[in-house]
Design a protein around this ligand. Structure first.
Ligand code: KG4
Ligand code: ZN
Length: 326
């Protein structure tokens, strides 16, 4: 079964053709990062406009690279929630128009379920039930994956997501958006034990809170600047300490949850799963290949296959939603 998948929830316009939920025939990702970088973060209106401009060409390129025609496609899948509403609507309306015009089934996919499914693209041994950590720019969740379309959220972020914390800390350190890769690069020359940063407590021990950590970084830099002592801050060690603390919080909570739940596989996905420090802390977890960590339509095409098998299709009344629980 060939699924054409569309993803436009944030700042990547992506289309993919995925066969039987596993074989990626094409995965085109048009990133808008260079433009959002100018503003230090994603500007929603710019994101929507760029999706409108890019979607038709990205769709055509996905068919060309997959060496298929629309007639070879069996269903159209699209990310319909959560994300930036104007951005999501571009993908949802494109997918609806395509599905209605060619009479093919329409499969709505939840973005976070797509991130979880990215693990299947690279690891044939990964099968439910297992425990999944998703750490992205908008979400941090620990989820019990009971079946391909059955999820139980065990912990979630109470404030900033892990990737968002990386982005905000990077901005405070004068690094470009998106901050994760820049903090990771700067951290290479630093001592991760030099700065003691807070390990936030949460009522549910599997929930996350990263805003205090980000504030600690901002305050430290601000206080040094106010007292004319900016050079006293060892930025590589601050980046390394921050990265180490965020990764340790993510890894500890996942491993504690794992020991409570018992014997099952672990997976980690989402933009932050590209982080090498996190990968080293969780040597026994399944991580996606780097190309599937950030937003991409291949992961949506993978999850869509299982949604289709479960009968989860939509009609022309499908809408987009900025927020939606798993
Ligand atoms: O999954 P994603 O592409 O988009 C969302 O669904 O949000 O995640 C983007 C996030 C950004 O916050 C970015 O800074 C972070 O992933 N990220 C990283 C790394 N690469 C991307 N964070 C830490 N280390 C990295 N190597
Ligand atoms: Zn994402």
């Amino acid at each position: 079964m060939n699924i054409l998948a569309i993803e436009t929830s944030c700042d990547e316009t992506s289309c993919a053709v995925v066969q039987d939920g596993i074989t990626v025939l094409s995965n085109i990702v048009a990133s808008q990062i260079e433009e959002h970088k100018l503003y230090g973060g994603v500007v929603p209106e710019i994101a929507s406009r760029r999706h409108c401009e890019a979607i038709a060409a990205v769709y055509e390129e996905a068919l060309i690279q997959a060496k298929v025609h629309l007639a070879d496609i069996d269903a159209i899948a699209v990310t319909y929630a959560p994300g930036l509403i104007g951005a999501l609507l571009v993908g949802v309306n494109f997918a609806k128009g395509l599905a209605l015009s060619c009479g093919k089934p329409l499969i709505p996919v939840h973005h976070i379920k797509g991130h979880i499914a990215s693990g299947y693209l690279c690891h044939s041994a990964l099968k439910p039930p297992y425990l999944a950590l998703v750490a992205s720019g908008g979400h941090t969740t620990i989820t019990r994956v009971k079946g391909y379309t059955e999820f139980e959220v065990i912990g979630r972020t109470l404030d900033d997501a892990a990737g968002e914390a990386f982005d905000k800390a990077a901005r405070a350190m004068g690094l470009p958006y998106p901050g994760g890769v820049h903090i990771a690069a700067l951290a290479k020359g630093g001592d991760p034990k030099k700065y003691k940063l807070p390990f936030p407590k949460t009522e549910n021990i599997y929930d996350f809170s990263f805003s205090g950590l980000k504030t600690a970084i901002i305050n430290m830099l601000h206080n040094a600047k106010q007292s004319g002592n900016s050079e006293s801050i060892d930025l590589p060690s601050l980046a390394a300490s921050f990265q180490h603390t965020v990764c340790k919080i993510l890894a500890d909570k996942l491993l504690n949850c794992h020991s409570e739940i018992g014997n099952c596989d672990l997976s980690v996905s989402g933009g932050v799963s590209a982080n090498m420090c996190l990968r080293e802390m969780l040597p026994n977890a399944y991580f996606p290949a780097l190309e599937y960590c950030g937003d991409n339509a291949a992961m949506i095409g993978c999850q869509a296959y299982y949604e289709f098998l479960a009968g989860n299709t939509a009609d022309g009344a499908l809408n987009a939603y900025a927020t939606m629980r798993l």
